[in-house]
Write a protein that binds this ligand. Structure first.
Ligand code: NAD
Ligand code: DAU
Length: 341
């Protein structure tokens, strides 16, 4: 089989990092380039098991650095781009929206120019269900690919803007692309600012778990490896120009997720602390993945098997998350939350 060059942006982060490992191991005949700026959310220690492999490469660049990106693309002539790099945390977008526009919008546009310049075979833009806004608490409504874009947070607005740019480069310049819109991921290497790893790490340390509002907001959870399989499929088989939603019908109220983790770890629900709600907090996300299923995708994890595997992973990989929560994260946490204990 012909040797292909795949560029994965954001490959030092949570989903991009899992995707890099998935691709390096599954396709020894592909060269996998991990491009990442190594912001607070990126770390390379997660790649110890693959970093010596012949088909893994790392390059530290800002996606918004036009000169460096253009010359890298000219030099390497990538066949495929899987674009994960982004500022990804909704709470941070509420306190510091500017960097979200810089990275998610302008950075994506730089990558699109570079991809167009070298005529890549496919640009897969990894987006989010948050671009659709929120659903009512009505179990019969779902986001489809036709749902209008109505982003509510600076994060989701920046992602929706980048989606529109990707679409425009396809319509105007014929850039071959797919856009994927996924629900909430969880699994190994999830940065502990997000609900599930934050809860696991704090419960393990007998610390209070901050639950926003009444805890009744609903998210649709997808194991990160099921997401990686979806991106792999879309990269190879996605119909040019199409959008694909990714989700596994695993809707849970936040409070249910937190209670599941607490009971699995044998701790007390007294650890739960209801705190001031997130501004503009979306009520419910839920994905209709029919279109992707017709392409040949189906998730392997249920929420029950996935959360058990994830809790085990955090129990067995304390060194990884402790190095994060003991660093700059402490300042972030103090600023973001004011907990009793
Ligand atoms: P993450 O925050 O864990 O990782 C983001 C990575 O991008 C980090 O390694 C960071 O260093 C890198 N990065 C940030 N700015 C950069 C820049 N200017 N140049 C180069 N690299 C930069 O994010 P994640 O949760 O892994 O999300 C990955 C992608 O998937 C994002 O585009 C996000 O919008 C999307 N997404 C995430 C979820 C989820 O539940 N986490 C769900 C749907 C879609
Ligand atoms: O839906 C996909 C999106 O999922 C991705 O696009 C984002 O990048 C990703 O961060 C995630 O966004 P959410 O805002 O849904 O994820 P988060 O883990 O921050 O929050 C999940 C839910 O838990 C949400 O309703 C807010 C709530 N929450 C979160 C935190 C961090 C709390 O109650 N307490 C918390 O401390």
């Amino acid at each position: 089989m012909a040797r292909k060059k795949i560029l994965v942006t954001g490959g030092a982060g949570f989903i991009g990092g899992n995707f890099v490992q998935y691709m390096v191991n599954k396709y020894p005949h592909y060269d996998i380039f991990n491009l990442d700026l190594l912001t607070y959310a990126g770390d390379l220690t997660k790649h110890r098991e693959i970093e010596k492999k012949d088909n893994y490469f790392f390059v530290k660049v800002d996606i918004a650095d036009r000169e460096s990106i253009m010359s890298l693309f000219e030099k390497e002539k990538f066949d495929y781009v899987a674009h994960f790099a982004a500022e990804s945390h909704v709470d941070r977008s509420i306190t510091e929206p500017g960097i979200f526009v810089q990275t998610n919008v302008l950075g994506t546009q730089v990558l699109l120019d570079a991809a167009k310049q070298i005529n890549v075979t496919k640009f897969v833009h990894v987006s989010t269900d948050e671009v659709y806004g929120e659903l009512d608490i009505d179990p019969t409504t779902f986001f489809t690919e036709e749902t209008p874009l109505q982003p509510n947070s600076p994060y989701s607005a920046s992602k929706a803007s980048s989606d529109l740019l990707v679409r425009a480069y396809h319509e105007t310049f014929g850039l071959p692309m797919n856009i994927t819109r996924c629900s909430n991921n969880y699994g190994p290497f999830h940065f502990p600012e997000k609900l599930i790893p934050l809860t696991i790490s704090r419960v393990l340390n007998d610390e209070k778990v901050p639950v926003y509002g009444d805890g009744k907001n609903i998210r649709d959870w997808l194991h990160v490896i099921d997401h990686c399989a979806a991106i792999d499929l879309v990269l190879h088989k996605g119909i040019n120009g199409e959008v694909y939603n990714v989700g596994g019908h695993n809707e849970r109220k936040n409070i249910e997720v937190v209670k599941t983790i607490i009971s699995t770890l044998g701790k007390s629900e007294d650890l739960i602390e209801f705190v001031t709600d997130r501004l503009g907090h979306d009520k419910r996300y839920a994905i209709d993945p029919t279109k992707l299923e017709k392409l040949g995708w189906k998730p392997n994890y249920t929420f029950e098997t996935g959360i058990a595997q994830t809790i085990d992973w955090y129990l067995n990989n304390k060194l990884w998350w402790e190095q994060i929560i003991n660093g700059e994260y402490q300042n972030y946490f103090k600023k973001q939350y004011s907990l009793n204990k």
